[in-house]
Ligand binder design. Structure first.
Ligand code: C5P
Length: 218
């Protein structure tokens, strides 16, 4: 067992990363950093600005001028406005994944995350937290699950929030995001070295937590 300062949780969309990260934060006294929320905020900011997301220069110009804040309670502010709920849509995920292709956008996010993490015990979830943002993290976890199970979880979560989506639509979106995240040339989604890989297919949060708890000093 170890007492890590930084815990990274990577994996594809819907693997259960943020649920696990929140639970670890609560139980072990860590600050939770949701790196995806920053890409979502930038994607959303670009949409509001009417930018074509394939136009790298236009995206960068907007991204560099956005003020993004990640509050300790997990809320996200974009230019001072609370966008926490607005960015948590299937469209928000795809917008995020598009702007996340650009290395310069990733640099903005990575700088912000490293700054927030200074001097704190943090648990961060994302796609490149253990491979790129914090390669020296003491504990790295990689969560995965079948695309169908991940789509089902997302579908149920979105239904609960009142979104009018179909399972097929969510599955398509999950597969598309996997493709974009795994194939981008810069900091793609990969299993980090030294990571503990947990397949959460068919497992409850409690079961996953009990596997993780064995790794962390209480
Ligand atoms: O985790 P979440 O679903 O909020 O992430 C949204 C998108 O942001 C991902 O599909 C991915 O393209 C991008 N992302 C990333 N690197 C991270 C976190 C998220 O590229 N560390």
């Amino acid at each position: 067992m170890i007492n890590p300062r930084i815990i990274t949780i990577d994996g594809p969309a819907g693997a259960g990363k943020s649920t696990l990260a929140k639970e670890i934060a609560k139980r072990f006294g860590y600050v939770h950093l949701d790196s995806g929320a920053l890409y979502r905020a930038i994607g959303y900011g670009c949409k509001l600005a009417g930018v074509n997301l394939k136009n790298r220069e236009a995206v960068l110009k907007v991204a560099e001028n956005l003020k993004i804040e990640l509050l300790p309670d997990g809320r996200v502010l974009l230019n001072g406005k609370d966008v926490t709920e607005k960015i948590r849509t299937p469209e928000g995920g795809l917008l995020a994944s598009q702007v996340a292709q650009f290395p310069e956008v990733r640099e903005i996010v990575v700088k912000l995350l490293r700054k927030i993490a200074e001097g704190k015990k943090i648990v961060i979830d994302g796609r490149d937290a253990g491979t790129y943002i914090f390669p020296n993290a003491e504990l790295k976890i990689y969560l995965t699950a079948s695309p169908e199970e991940r789509a089902r979880r997302r579908y149920e979560e979105l239904k609960k929030k009142g979104f009018n989506v179909s399972y097929e639509q969510v599955l398509k979106e999950v597969i598309e995001r996997d493709r974009q995240d795994e194939n981008r040339p810069f900091a793609p989604l990969r299993v980090p070295e030294r990571a503990f890989v947990i397949d959460t297919t068919g497992k409850s949060l409690k079961e996953v937590l009990s596997e993780v708890e064995k790794l962390i000093d209480p």
